[in-house]
Design a binder for this molecule. Structure first.
Ligand SMILES: Nc1ncnc2c1ncn2[C@@H]1O[C@H](COP(=O)(O)OP(=O)(O)OP(=O)(O)O)[C@@H](O)[C@H]1O
Ligand SMILES: [Mg+2]
Length: 453
């Protein structure tokens, strides 16, 4: 087994020297530095199994250093050395996540024992994390993974509001789990046995959106050969999830406002309204208040939907959730692909902790799926994790034009078939193409129109 790596930080050179010599004699690989700045730089460069730091580092604070180290590696055990053996500073250190503390002058045997225990604990931690995900899987129907303070707050909010009928407004960057949270609210509400209907307000053309949402009567427009029940009516007694609400065109915004106020809908072409009992959850990744200011979103509708706001934090602001999420997706995809992969190497995890995840949890999920597919060993190593260099330097990632074009064409085709319920002739008409063109694409992407009926 490779030597376990220990980072030692102390501004007293002679103590540092002694520690280094003794720990190396015990078989550890020791990196010794004198300042908090150097310690952080080292921790970013390589993975450590353990850190030992003095509580007072010149003008810098050992506790603060510890907090920064834990941001880089949340499972890192930290042993604090203190010359001021006051109970307060020790208690504070342990409260903030230190493994233990020792008062100087310390007994070397005692330190040696604590190191052994801490390393043992660190090995157990990764095992526990695995078990945690299994437990969550079993008892948490909603499968929202997270242990950060920010996510705990979200869980708490879900718990408090699920059973009410208040309109919920979910805000978060793309891939942060907005739809997952919407489903969790529904599943934990009294409406759980009733339908959950999701609509993307940006995915349908304006003309279709209205009849999709509210339905239409027979003969309401040229193609309306039969009356159709709208999504609001389908969601009756349940929950409707209006995704990308900022994309709703103005004509729809005013109708939505009326539906929310009156609790009734009017199908296109009908002059009679019908009552519906629907809980509304909306989501957006745009700053809707700004859309209001700039005149793109109705203010009255904004206030009507902005009742209970839930903010989903981007992944880069809750990096302590990365290990748990990574394990969760590892399990999901190694089972799916039937590959017996035991875990993620500390180095691979380290690489993921340093990345900013512009695509949030969805991106992490995709990268883990890919890593599982690529992995040829028992554990995921850094080489299996492809984090675009462009993305990590903060620039937009761009696909090859051809790849982007194929993806778009396929997605377009699927949407087209969905809207036209798998009816190829109608799809061709809507796309303004020959029927044979659509058949050609269907074959090219190996799609079965019957799947969309
Ligand atoms: N906390 C989480 N735990 C487990 N899986 C998650 C979590 N957050 C997101 N995911 C997964 O990440 C993917 C993206 O989540 P979701 O579709 O809910 O995001 P979104 O915010 O609606 O994104 P978009 O704005 O792009 O529609 C899904 O596969 C979802 O299951
Ligand atoms: Mg979504």
């Amino acid at each position: 087994m490779a030597a376990e790596k220990i980072l030692v930080v102390d501004d007293e050179t002679n103590i540092l020297e002694v520690l280094k010599i003794r720990l190396e004699a015990e078989g550890y690989a020791v990196t010794a530095v004198e300042t908090a700045g150097e310690a952080i730089a080292k921790a970013r460069e390589e993975f450590f199994n353990l850190a030992i730091t003095d509580l007072k580092l010149g003008s810098a604070d050992g506790l603060e250093l510890m907090e920064n180290l834990l941001l880089i590696n949340p499972d890192l055990p930290v042993i604090i050395l203190t010359a001021y053996g006051t109970i307060e500073s020790a208690v504070q250190a342990v409260k903030k996540g230190a493994y233990s503390y020792l008062t100087k002058p310390f007994d070397h045997k005692e330190l040696s024992l604590q190191i052994k225990n801490a390393l043992e604990k660190q090995r157990l931690m990764s095992r526990i994390r695995e078990l945690q995900t299994l437990v969550q899987d079993k008892y948490n129907i909603t499968n929202i993974i997270g242990k950060s303070e920010k996510m705990k707050k979200v869980f708490e909010q879900i718990g408090q509001i699920a059973a009410t009928d208040f309109t919920v407004y979910i805000y978060g960057e793309s891939g942060t789990g907005k739809e997952l949270v919407a489903k969790a609210i529904h599943c934990n509400s009294l409406r759980a046995s009733q339908p959950f209907v999701a609509v993307n307000c940006g995915a349908l053309p304006e003309t279709l959106l209205e009849s999709e949402l509210f339905g239409h009567v027979k003969g309401a427009f040229t193609d309306a050969h039969q009356a159709k029940k709208g999504l609001f009516a389908q969601a009756d007694k349940g929950t409707i999830f209006l995704d990308d609400i900022s994309e709703a065109p103005p004509s729809l915004q005013i109708k939505l406002l009326r539906v929310l106020q009156e609790q009734e809908i009017r199908p296109v072409g009908s002059d009679a309204s019908q009552k519906v009992d629907v809980r509304v959850i909306v989501a957006t990744n745009k700053d809707l208040a700004k859309e209001v200011q700039e005149g793109r979103f109705r203010e009255d509708l904004f206030y009507r939907i902005h009742v209970i706001p839930i903010d989903l934090p981007p992944l880069r602001e809750r990096k302590e959730d990365i290990p748990l999420l990574a394990d969760y997706f590892l399990k999901k995809y190694s089972q799916g692909l039937n590959k017996p992969i035991e875990g993620i190497s500390p180095e691979a995890l380290h690489k993921m902790m340093l990345y900013d995840w512009p695509g949030n949890v969805r991106e992490l999920e995709n990268k883990m799926e890919y890593a599982v597919a690529m992995c040829q060993k028992a554990v995921i190593s850094p080489e299996d994790i492809f984090l675009g260099p462009a993305a990590s330097s903060g620039e937009e990632q761009v696909k090859a034009l051809e790849e982007a074009r194929l993806e778009f064409e396929k997605e377009y085709l699927i949407n087209l078939l969905k809207i036209n319920k798998g009816h190829v002739a109608r799809a061709a008409k809507m796309a303004k193409r020959q029927r044979s063109d659509i058949y050609y694409l269907i074959k090219k992407y190996n799609i079965n129109p019957a799947d969309y009926r």
